[in-house]
Design a protein around this ligand. Sequence first.
Ligand code: M6R
Length: 620
Amino acid sequence: MCGIVGYVGYRPVAELLLEGLHRLEYRGYDSAGIAVQYGNTIEVRKKAGRVSELAGLLKAQPLVGKIGIGHTRWATHGATTDQNSHPHVGGNGEVVIVHNGVIENYDILRRQLQTLGYVFRSQTDTEVVAHLLAHNLEEQTRLHGSPEDLDVCLKAVEVTLNLLKGTYGLGILFRDLPDTVIAARCGSPLVIGVGKDEYFLASDASPLVGYTKEVVYLSDNEVAVLRADALRIDHRSNGSVNVSVKTLEQVASDTDLGQYEHYMLKEIYEQPTTIENALRGRLDNEEATAVIGGLNLSAKDLRRIDRIVLTACGTSWHSGLVGEYVLEEFARMPTEVEYASELRYRNPPMSDRTLVFAITQSGETADTLAAMRECKRKGHPTLAICNVVGSTIAREADGGIYLHAGPEIGVASTKAFTSQVTVLTLLALYLGRMRHMSYPAGKRIIRQLRDMPEKISKALECHDKVREVADKYHHFNNFLYLGRLYNFPVALEGALKLKEISYIHAEGYPAAEMKHGPIALVDQQTPSVFVIPRGGIYPKVVSNMEEIRARRGPVIAIACEGDTDIARIADDVIYVPDVEEYLQPLVCAIPLQLLAYHVALLRGCNVDRPRNLAKSVTVE
Ligand code: M6R
């Protein structure tokens, strides 16, 4: 949700910022821009559209310098125009900024600044911050000295930040303070890369990969001053911060497309490996349990827990639903799954025996972070199931479990979903073995989990059939996705995948629930995708399928290999390997991801950059 880059050092900055913006483009792709400082001059180039548009502009109008900031935008306030693109200039060019977040009180601030004579060139909330900085710089200069003085500039920053309500990650250049990038964070992530005679700034670590492995994560209410030879960080209330440098594990090839045309496809195909990574070192065959190291809770603490709340958004919420089923089944643990955006404002009764897990790929989702903080405030042990190491949620949680799935770049989440389900299953095994589960049952689950990477490879063999099905159905404008028990969340996830990348209306439902309303939608123009692998209530789902057929709805079935009966009812069948019911979400997700991918391609949609979306949603 907007990406920020910044640099101060010895390299030609325009190219570097552009490369960083390419890597951050998944966070927003409505417009892009950079500002480069050279002595006391700051020049801006910005353009609506993708980063490639900005690259074209920079070719025609290059910028030279070694200090700069850049931005790729996911629009919140104001349309996707050149004027609304970042960087934004404050006053008469004394300040130039890039911003990720939302300034909630921008309207009143804007009116006050207009009264003072400031002229707005955009409809954004960000421009308010730029003018406020310029205004406060003038004030501070009048009171304390010169705009060339770092302390004067920092005072202007402080006074400005005190006036803001909302969230921000900011990169700031002051015209009269050459050689310096200032960064400030409240609610929107920022990471600083530490090099030799150079510092980098970015919304996440991806632009730093290949340049440095040393990083510093900025925390909320911190302000950083980056100069080629020094880094200084102050907390807005507590003063100077001891800089703690961490080592980055990511390598450049993690973000390469390799042989694939799109990140989404690459990430779908990574799933045998990512599931293996989620399991690595976490299966204890001797004890017939899972090894989960990072919970920071003793076995005694965990035995005291009598309820789990899983909170998340989007796809991560769907994996939470699978988690609910498996935690209740394996660990007999009452579990609830809460939309983070609701939980953050609700006040459900939760005792001190309630354990909270925030599930998130990015670790930066604003609602999930807020829900987690709210639960922490109330004293609940709050853990994270997270992919991005060093992300805000990972750092603020009391403990947790990493997915180890590697960077997920495609906006449509794929490998994170299956890794989350895998990790939640491990958690259920772990808690189950602590409570009710027998040794042989634990052994059996371990064996079945070990087989999963291979089963997922096998599931990927459905690709040709999925292509055929996509070809047949891609022109339909409404779809139903239906499944029961473990496959109900899979139906929701399949529908979300189709919606978000092909812009087709799709609804996921528990298959039996559709007769309470959604069946009214069924006609020859509304295909239903049934997730119907074998299991205890298979015949019931077959009946639900018959009900659709009776109303002439086309039916696509995701079924177990060898299930020839289903081919007599469904119009099309996509086969996946036969696995235990609790593992079916893993194999059944694969054809649904591929189906969404191919339908989107056939409809000419941008698979990795769907309209209106961004990879990590850092605004409320
Ligand atoms: O990074 P998170 O897992 O917290 O993200 C949550 C959702 O924004 C995310 O899963 C979103 O729904 C995906 N685009 C779905 O593919």
